[in-house]
Ligand binder design. Structure first.
Ligand code: HEC
Length: 281
C-alpha cells in the first residue's frame, strides 16, 4: 500500500516536472546533457568557415549545457572558431524549421547534411531552413567563428514545428553528447591536412609572392582573386587565358596598375594556382 502510494507520488512529480519543462529528456547513462564545444584560435585575416582546409592549431574544449543561451563566451582571447557537436533527441516526428542567427559566420549540419549556411564576416545575420525529422536522435554539428569577440559574439539557433506559429530557442534538455566523444582526445570533424589541388594552389600562391599584390577577397594593387574568378569562371578557356596572363603579365584589365610577368613559375604549379583562383565563390 505504502509502495503504491509512493510510486503514485513519484509519477505525479514526474508528470509535474515534464509538464513544466515539456522537452525535458531523462538522462541516458551513455550521454550527458549539452553539446561538446571546442574552441580554436584563428588568424586575424580569417573571413570564412567554408575556406577551412586544415584544422586550426590550438584547442580548448568543454561541454555546454545550454549552448545557445545568449552571447558566446570564448575561453580564448582574440579571433576564435567554435565547433559544437552532439545530438538532438526529438520527441516527435515533424517538419521542423530552423533559424540560425550569428555574428560572425556559422554553419549547421544535421545528420551530416549542411542545413544552414550563414558564413562570412558580418553583423547579426539570419538564415532559415525546413527539414523533416523523425522522432529519435539526430547528429548535430555547428561551426561558428568570431573575428572580433568583443563586438561579434552572437549565436542563436531557434526552431519551430510546422504547426507552431513562432520560432523559439531549442530547449537545452534535448541536446546530448556521448560520454565517449568527450573522452576521446580528437573528436574533431575538421578536414585533415590535404594535398589536393585545391589547398596546394592556395599555398603555392602564398609561396610565390602573389600576396604582395593580391588578396583572396579584397582588391590590393591587383584585383581580388574572387573578382578574377567571378569574371572568368564561366568563360571559355578561362584557365588557359589566366595561365598566360600570369606568365606574361597583364595590364589594362582591372585599372591602371600593371602586373609584371611571373615567368619563374613552373607550368604545373601555375595550373594548380589557376584552379584554386577559379574555384573561389
Ligand atoms: C607587383 C604586383 C603583382 C604581383 C606580385 C602579382 N600580381 Fe597579379 N595582378 C597585378 C595587377 C596590378 C593586376 C591587374 C592587371 C590588369 O589590370 O590587367 C593583376 C592581375 C592578375 C590576374 C588577373 C588577370 C586578368 O587579366 O584579369 C591574375 C589571375 C593574377 N594577377 C594572378 C597573380 C598570381 C598567381 C601571382 C603570383 C604568381 C600574381 N598575380 C602576382 C599585380 C600583381
Amino acid at each position: 500500500m505504502k509502495q503504491v502510494l509512493l510510486s503514485g507520488i513519484f509519477l505525479f512529480v514526474t508528470e509535474l516536472l515534464s509538464a513544466q519543462i515539456p522537452n525535458l529528456v531523462f538522462p541516458d547513462t551513455g550521454f550527458v546533457q549539452g553539446l561538446f564545444a571546442r574552441y580554436l584560435s584563428i588568424g586575424n585575416d580569417f573571413t570564412r568557415l567554408s575556406e577551412i582546409h586544415t584544422e586550426p592549431a590550438y584547442s580548448v574544449s568543454s561541454v555546454l549545457k545550454n549552448p545557445f543561451s545568449g552571447k558566446v563566451k570564448a575561453p580564448l582571447k582574440g579571433p576564435f572558431l567554435m565547433e559544437l557537436q552532439g545530438q538532438i533527441l526529438l520527441l516527435d516526428s515533424s517538419l521542423y524549421s530552423f533559424r540560425l542567427r550569428s555574428s560572425d559566420g556559422a554553419i549547421v549540419w544535421i545528420d551530416g547534411k549542411k542545413v544552414l549556411l550563414n558564413d562570412g564576416c558580418h553583423g547579426l545575420t539570419e538564415t532559415e531552413a525546413e527539414l523533416p525529422l523523425n522522432e529519435g536522435a539526430h547528429a548535430i554539428r555547428i561551426w561558428y567563428f568570431s573575428s572580433n569577440p568583443v563586438l561579434h559574439n552572437n549565436l542563436e539557433l531557434n526552431w519551430k514545428r510546422f504547426d507552431e506559429p513562432d520560432f523559439y530557442a531549442i530547449p537545452p534538455g534535448i541536446f546530448r553528447v556521448e560520454k565517449s566523444k568527450i573522452r576521446a582526445s580528437r573528436t574533431s570533424a575538421f578536414p585533415r591536412k590535404s594535398t589536393n589541388a585545391f589547398s596546394k594552389g592556395k599555398s603555392l600562391i602564398a609561396k610565390s609572392g602573389c600576396l604582395a599584390c593580391h588578396r583572396e577577397r579584397e582588391a590590393l594593387t591587383g584585383p581580388a582573386f574572387l573578382a578574377v574568378s567571378q569574371r572568368y569562371r564561366n568563360r571559355k578557356n578561362s584557365a588557359a587565358v589566366l595561365n598566360s596572363k600570369i606568365v606574361n603579365g597583364s595590364s589594362g584589365s582591372w585599372g591602371f596598375n600593371r602586373m609584371p610577368p611571373q615567368r619563374q613559375i613552373k607550368q604545373q604549379n601555375l595550373d594548380q594556382m589557376v584552379q584554386w583562383i577559379l574555384s573561389l565563390k
